[in-house]
Design a protein around this ligand. Sequence first.
Ligand code: GAL
Length: 312
Amino acid sequence: MRKLCTFTPGAIWPDSNGVHINAHGGGILRRDGVYYWFGEKRAAQASEGINVYSSPDLYNWQYEGVALPPVEGDPDHDITRGCVMERPKVLFNEATGKYVMWFHLELKGQGYRAARAGVAVSDTVTGPYEFLRSLRPNGNMSRDMTLFEDDDGTAYHIFASRDNYDMRICQLSDDYLTPTEKDVVIHGDHREAPAVFKHEGRYFLITSGCSGWKPNEARLDTADSIWGPWTGQGNPTRGPNAETTFDSQSTHVLPVEGREGAFIFMADRWIPGNLTDSRYIWLPIKFEDGRPVLNWIDEWDLSWFDENTGVG
Ligand code: GAL
């Protein structure tokens, strides 16, 4: 396999076996100098659990296998084969030494009505993860979601609730395994696909509108406290196809290790007829007067940040 040294948003992205990466709605955790990309393993339609890949450089990804497979032969299990597992995010908990995965779970045969969050845990980063439970945080529906770990180690679950009308944030317990009662609505503007990051003490939230697999316009919100108030800043994307987030939907914003102020916007260009083949849109975030802006780039590499980080 030829080594990759650039990102080409929207192209087939071969892993080290030459197979297009199957990690949709994903997120990335860095541990001991290695990046781990967790995402939905998708057949043409079916959900087949959570995949994990590893990379030293963000361009070249080795397939590490299924981190959390659906359960076979137990039709009553929450993650029995036929359930839908989406938007997995993993954090490492320093206090317990465990890797904790949260994901959006829809129970088998119920469409998107169950609106639950699933929690799984592992002693090793690539798993296999042990499924602990599914829940509705403090009784609230939970669909599209992400996790965010703040500088002080406190972690938060950010999720679309009340039939996707509310975006909520809920602080997790110290071991990251359960929701606490610190739980507020960020806004009630019918948004989903949340991705949260922090830069120079400010919090940033990118979301999509709610139009299923069809792309729509992204929106940025900012706050000085994670509890808000969150203020809408409009669409952070610029140029052709900005009204559809370059035909994609946000999933995660990745801080690039060792480069202060360098963040990668990660999104999915869904192919609803063949979800396996859905593409990844990774673009560097530019700060203009402290405000994140996304421009389309056909092909780029991490040296982009040498010229653009901190540019006002
Ligand atoms: C989108 C959501 C995706 C997936 C899809 C199913 O709104 O962001 O993660 O759930 O709907 O139609």
